[in-house]
Design a binder for this molecule. Sequence first.
Ligand SMILES: Cc1cc2nc3c(=O)[nH]c(=O)nc-3n(C[C@H](O)[C@H](O)[C@H](O)COP(=O)(O)OP(=O)(O)OC[C@H]3O[C@@H](n4cnc5c(N)ncnc54)[C@H](O)[C@@H]3O)c2cc1C
Length: 454
Amino acid sequence: MTRHVPALVVGGGISGLVCAYSLQKASIEVQLVEASPRPGGVINSISRDGFLLELGPQSFSGTGALRQLCTELGIADQLLEAPPRAPRYVLVDGKLQAAPMSPPAFFMSSLINGATKWALLRDIFGKTIPPEEDESVAAFVRRKFSAQLLDRLVGPFVSGVYAGDPERLSIRSSFPQLHEAEKAAGSIVRGMMRLAKAKKGPRERPTLQTFREGNETLVRALAGKLGPSLRTGLRVTEVSCQNDSSFGVRFGGQGQEESVSVQSLIFATPTDVTGKMLAQLDSSFESLMSPIEYAAVAVVSLGYRKNDVGHSLEGFGFLVPRSAGLRVLGTVWNSSLFPGRAPEGHALLTSFVGGATDPAAVKLSQQELADLVHREISPLLSIKSDPVFSSVTIWPRALAQYNLGHSDRLCAISRRLANFRGIKLVGNYLRGPAIGSCVEQALAVAEEVSGTQR
Ligand SMILES: Cc1cc2nc3c(=O)[nH]c(=O)nc-3n(C[C@H](O)[C@H](O)[C@H](O)COP(=O)(O)OP(=O)(O)OC[C@H]3O[C@@H](n4cnc5c(N)ncnc54)[C@H](O)[C@@H]3O)c2cc1C
């Protein structure tokens, strides 16, 4: 007889893990099925030769929900905060220059010309109306501010968050607060201030965080709480509708095959996988979900003897405007931000290559990628000798791209999904790619599902 499972979560990245944990906390019997042998998805921390490496995200922005989750899981005491004032650099005119981090610093900065500063004043005191149609991040910044701001600050920032192409990313989908601010107040600055005032609760000061033993601490703690409800090495392959409005789900791997009947089915898988599975219920899901692009990214961590690095490495790291002509998108100075990332006397630097503007980069071999990064960052940081350590991880589908038309596509998906009341979606293509956004969305969906199960 087919076993009945009240709630089944498919995919054990952070979105699926948090959703399943939250359902379990609400006393809903839940199972989580993850295809790979380990949970965590792109969150993966490993120790090698005395270096603590993050193969995916390097850190995360602390949010209220994340803090509360860590407290519940008993891992809040393992959180580490990056120095809040660590400067971030941008490569301009061949030199690493500090990026302005506050409005006064922006007006003082030599990175920004007078015309751009004047455009900011025009925004503060003037009024503009966003166009009806979806607008790219690049078009938005050029319309409101300047091509220079796009090249020197916004483009590199967009690389840092989405590994995306600002000419294709949609402003209303990828930075919804900016679009909403202009819509509500006719000004980005006034609108953002209004949104901040309207926010309830204490003001959050976003700080970059990780755990003493790496980001995977969060994954391990969630997996520990889920216990046998988390089942790894099992890939969901088939989904069908049953007469009683439940769903039949088939999964297997490692010589096991299993079919269950499910009341609430939550997909926490990337869009290509989710689209294919949902297409078994309604073929239009595949054509709606599979075209959502993902940027491919190579994460290259290099270890150096500190004495071989001329730069002080005081700060967060640097971002590279595309106009600089390098393939490195940016470099995080891990060992400057958090203790325990490199052995005594060594520095760990992690660079990102590829992204939506350079998809061919991830076709290079691991050695070529390590050599390329060493060659490009050495003159910027006055590095005098070869790395003593290297690690290269290639993510062919690293980050979902919230490109033009993304919000219409999500609306169309949600309209089709209304025909399948027990199915919900969570994941990094819906409400923002950051770990904090994935967590908040997973908690919200778990609450919705628990409401329907009571
Ligand atoms: C290189 C990189 C750097 C990043 N940097 C940051 C950062 O600095 N800060 C930050 O906040 N965020 C960062 N992010 C983004 C953030 O890490 C991700 O958006 C988030 O972790 C995604 O979680 P997820 O659970 O939605 O998806 P995923 O982690 O992709 O998890 C999906 C899971 O579904 C499983 N799966 C797939 N198919 C099946 C199937 N058929 N059956 C069962 N399971 C299946 C997969 O194995 C996987 O475990 C970064 C991401 C990358 C890749």
